[in-house]
Design a binder for this molecule. Structure first.
Ligand SMILES: *Cc1c(COP(=O)(O)O)cnc(C)c1O
Length: 353
């Protein structure tokens, strides 16, 4: 892999700085270009500097772009681990397919990511709960205003040292059930990690934040009846001892943390089901005392307990507003594997040496 070095390095945040999420970026990035007729070409690691783009570049107008999110963790022996990256590359190519972006070679970007992480190892924070967030992205770069798939693309990977996703850390989150705006409909793009999904969700997110909530719990677009997800996390409920998560019906992002949690739960013998779950069932369970736990799962937020949901102006406190047992077990298991504290029986850690 070609590496273009920079003359001066940036100042790194101090080891005990509150990193927050996505505020700092490292010195280098990986890039690769696509040109019709030539395919993907010129993979390179180069200084992460501001770029110049013509304002007619199609990404600015029609959001033909996709992204991924992974994390790198420092292991007890000092090596670097990434959690299931092959799953992210496979999902990114599925997102690409949905957005008319050409398929990319996963082996080339994996090598680019590994070389980049080795070069940027000193940026990986070591305080408990922190990690180096990895953001692979593809954007349409042809300068043209017609609504057609671009003939040129830029693939890039940038890195950001992060702390917890929510300002309040592992404190249970408060979710507002959204019954007006929708995130995604079947046939739409909710299954793809594409840029426009997140722009479309901001209005509801802002309104929820103004009311003191962390995020929105989305319902299905057609009936506003079934629980979908949180927009950066997949949702799980523990009702009467059964762990339930909405089935991947086409409007939900297929999370890799979700998939990993399902496997851990099944292997440990918990009753698990992936099915449609209505908000009425969740509320009913809360009222009759069978809603034991609720939590969200995602790379950024890891396993995040939900302590309260508001639906139609009524508040429902879950598990006394505290983290439940199954939530804790999953948090300990997933982070234990990620940080190298537990044996990796599933081979989910990709060690980069
Ligand atoms: C990325 C994302 C998730 C979580 O997926 P992971 O693979 O677990 O990180 C959930 N929902 C949405 C909408 C997302 O974009």
């Amino acid at each position: 892999m070609k590496i273009i070095k920079r003359e001066t390095l940036k100042q790194k945040p101090s080891p005990d700085a509150e990193l927050g999420f996505g505020h700092y970026f490292t010195d280098y990035m990986f890039t690769m270009k696509y040109t019709q007729g030539e395919g993907w070409h010129d993979p390179v690691i180069e200084p992460n500097e501001p770029q110049r783009f013509d304002l007619g570049t199609s990404i600015f107008h029609y959001a033909q772009g996709i992204f991924e999110g992974m994390k790198a963790f420092i292991q007890p022996d000092g090596s670097i681990a990434v959690f299931r990256p092959e799953e992210n590359w496979a999902r990114m190519n599925r997102s690409a397919e949905r957005m008319c972006i050409p398929q990319f070679p996963a082996d080339v970007v994996e090598e680019g990511m590994e070389e980049l992480l080795k070069l940027e190892k000193d940026w990986i924070p070591t305080k408990p709960g922190t990690a180096l967030y990895i953001r692979p992205t593809i954007v349409a770069t042809r300068v043209m205003l017609g609504v057609h798939a671009s003939t040129e693309y830029l693939f890039f990977i940038i890195l950001s040292p992060v702390g917890s996703y929510y300002a309040h850390g592992l404190e249970p989150t408060k979710l507002l059930v959204e019954d007006f705006y929708v995130r995604s409909a079947i046939g739409g793009t909710g299954e793809a990690k594409c840029l426009g999904n997140y722009a479309a969700s901001m209005k509801a997110g802002e309104e929820a934040e103004k009311k003191g909530f962390d995020q929105v719990l989305w319902l299905d677009a057609k009936d506003k009846k079934y629980v979908e997800e949180v927009g950066s996390m997949n949702m799980f409920f523990v009702i009467n001892g059964e762990v339930v998560t909405p089935a991947l019906v086409g409007s939900i992002l297929p999370g890799i943390t979700r998939k990993s949690c399902l496997q851990v739960l099944r292997d440990k013998g918990y009753p698990v089901s992936e099915r449609r779950i209505s908000i009425d069932e969740v509320i009913e369970a809360s009222k009759n005392g069978t809603l034991d736990e609720a939590f969200g799962t995602g790379t950024a937020a890891v396993i995040s307990p939900v302590g309260l949901i508001r639906y139609k102006d009524e508040d429902y406190v879950i598990n006394g507003g505290k983290m439940g047992e199954i939530t804790k077990m999953l948090y300990d298991t997933i982070t234990g594997i990620q940080y190298g504290k537990l044996e990796d029986t599933y081979h989910w850690r990709k060690i980069i040496k």
